[in-house]
Design a protein around this ligand. Structure first.
Ligand code: XMP
Length: 508
């Protein structure tokens, strides 16, 4: 049984960060809504209560039953700390000034295990509108700042701690040490949750769960489905049947290259050339959502057909990862789901298969680490994200095979250039967009009237927000020259300098 820390989410924007930081310490943790968490069993070594956009003074404010935690160590962060203080006989009032930003601890309790190894003036990050004005006699103050008297407190005899600041934010310079003190020293977690350990337990669980059953999995060329496939392959070998569909909307040469690397990894994979079906379905469509729907529909048809060719399949493998899982059960309620176009969606219902998702507990960087430990090639793991509908949503207007061919050349020059200039890894995602616009140019003595392409490169952490990459002018100049000289039909290149929001990453 993997030891774990339970993080109860009260809706703070930082809850996922808490989980990231705990896992960076090689301690496994799970996030659950404060009002809907699994029974606390022996695997749970400690509880963290997150922050919240709510105030404990609001009517109907999120609440928990502290008795539920028994004698387990508890760390309340911000709202979590205020809630515990209030429920145990203390008091919470609106701050006279809103506490936001960096602060330094001016007092730290000498022998408090939570603050062990922290420096006297340690910088912390505050973000709260309420303040703890009093704690009951069972508690004592363990840290203060110049303006916040109860910056931290603890129970005098039980392992119960509250902190007003956010140790998970990097501006809390010694936050990592504080979280280590809690999960390792106070909760007693061994720091043994590593990629290798994850692989070992997951493979064993998959073997147990799947037995001799067959699993079908759609590969996309992306990191998640590839790592999911590798894990399943380790567990059940040839009983994993992978399907990789060429929708004619991939990057230049991508289908062949990726198919080969899958085969090199030993996967039982079938490549399916369905280009013509996708182009047919896209004929005459100009609306982005209609294009997406058509592509999704054909994908399901093709996948379904291929899956039926495998006898007795019981399971559908999917590369779902943790942020999707948390998002769909967040405290905001099940109505808040991720944008539908970012999911494969629809497959399980039509196919009546049970779903197996070996990565559903991992963050993206953990998926990459698992892939690396599994010995997967860097060029696969370090890949930029690429949308499911592929180049179809980067060709504004109707998609034709000819336009795909033009855009593939442009994209190839851009992406290759990024790799050659060692800019690829500095960029979160990059690509080219074929505009339905023609512009006048001059080549030799000839007037030209040809297509415009836009280049897009962004930096981002998760794709939810993004900034345009400040690529060097010299690089952009070289790429623009190469594109105009080499790609027939393009005589103008522009660079997209919009951030998300308000623009999105893709143009459609
Ligand atoms: P936007 O354009 O919404 O993109 O800023 C955010 C991220 O999502 C990708 N994206 C898609 N992925 N199907 C996908 O699988 C889609 O229809 C789709 N649309 C956008 C986009 O490439 C970026 O990584």
């Amino acid at each position: 049984m993997t030891a774990k820390i339970l993080i109860l989410d009260f809706g703070s924007q930082y809850t996922q960060l808490i989980a990231r930081r705990v896992r960076e310490l090689n301690v496994y943790c799970e996030i659950h809504p404060y009002n809907h968490y699994p029974a606390i069993d022996a695997a749970v070594k400690g509880i963290i209560l997150s922050g919240s956009p709510c105030s404990v003074r609001d009517e109907g404010a999120p609440d928990v039953n502290l008795a539920d935690f028994g004698n387990l160590p508890v760390l309340g962060i911000c709202y979590g700390a205020q809630l515990m203080a209030q429920k145990t006989g203390g008091n919470v009032l609106p701050s006279t000034i809103r506490e936001y930003g960096r602060a330094n601890l001016s007092f730290i309790h000498e022998h408090d295990p939570l603050f062990r190894y922290l420096s006297p003036q340690s910088q912390v990050w505050m973000s709260h509108g309420d303040t703890i004005s009093a704690i009951s006699d069972d508690f004592e103050i363990t840290a203060s700042t110049a303006t916040v008297k109860v910056a931290a407190y603890r129970h005098k005899s039980a392992p119960v701690y509250g902190i007003q600041f956010h140790p998970e934010v990097t501006h809390s310079l010694e936050g990592r040490q504080l979280l280590r003190n809690f999960v390792v020293d106070i909760c007693g977690c061994a720091q043994d949750w590593t990629s290798a350990a994850f692989i070992e337990t997951t493979v064993a669980e998959l073997r147990e769960k799947l037995g001799n059953d067959k699993v079908v999995l759609g590969l996309s060329g992306g990191v998640d489905s590839s790592v999911a496939a590798q894990l399943l392959h380790r567990a059940i070998g040839a009983n994993l049947h992978c399907i990789f569909v060429d929708n004619g909307l991939l990057r230049k040469g991508e289908f062949e290259q990726v198919l080969h690397s899958y085969q090199d990894m030993g996967l039982n994979v079938r490549g399916v050339d369905a280009k013509a079906r996708f182009y047919d379905a896209l004929k005459g469509l100009t609306d982005p959502e209609q294009k997406r729907k058509a592509i999704g529909r054909v994908f399901i048809e093709v996948f379904d057909h291929e899956a039926h060719a495998i006898s007795d399949v019981k399971w559908l493998g999917q590369g779902t990862i943790y942020p999707d899982v948390i998002e769909s059960v967040s405290v905001k309620g099940p109505s808040v789901t991720i944008k539908s176009h970012h999911n494969v969606g629809g497959l399980p219902e039509t196919m009546k298969l049970k779903v197996v998702e070996p990565l559903r507990l991992l963050f993206k960087d953990e998926v990459r680490a698992v892939g690396r430990t599994l010995g997967m090639p860097d060029n696969l793991l370090g890949r930029h994200p690429f949308p499911g509908p592929g180049l179809a949503i980067r060709i504004l207007g109707e998609v034709t095979p000819e336009k795909v061919a033009v855009l593939q050349e442009v994209d190839h020059i851009f992406i290759n250039g990024l790799r050659e200039h060692e800019l690829y890894d500095q960029v979160w995602q990059a690509g080219a967009v074929l505009l339905p616009v023609q512009s006048v140019g001059v080549m030799g003595d000839e007037r030209t009237y040809e297509n415009v392409v836009a280049l897009r490169a962004v930096t981002s952490v998760d794709g939810m927000t993004a900034d345009w990459s400040r690529l060097p002018y010299e690089f952009l100049a070289e790429i623009s020259n190469q594109i105009i000289n080499r790609v027939k039909g393009v005589n103008r290149v522009v660079y997209d300098i919009s951030s998300k929001p308000p623009a999105t990453i893709e143009w459609e």
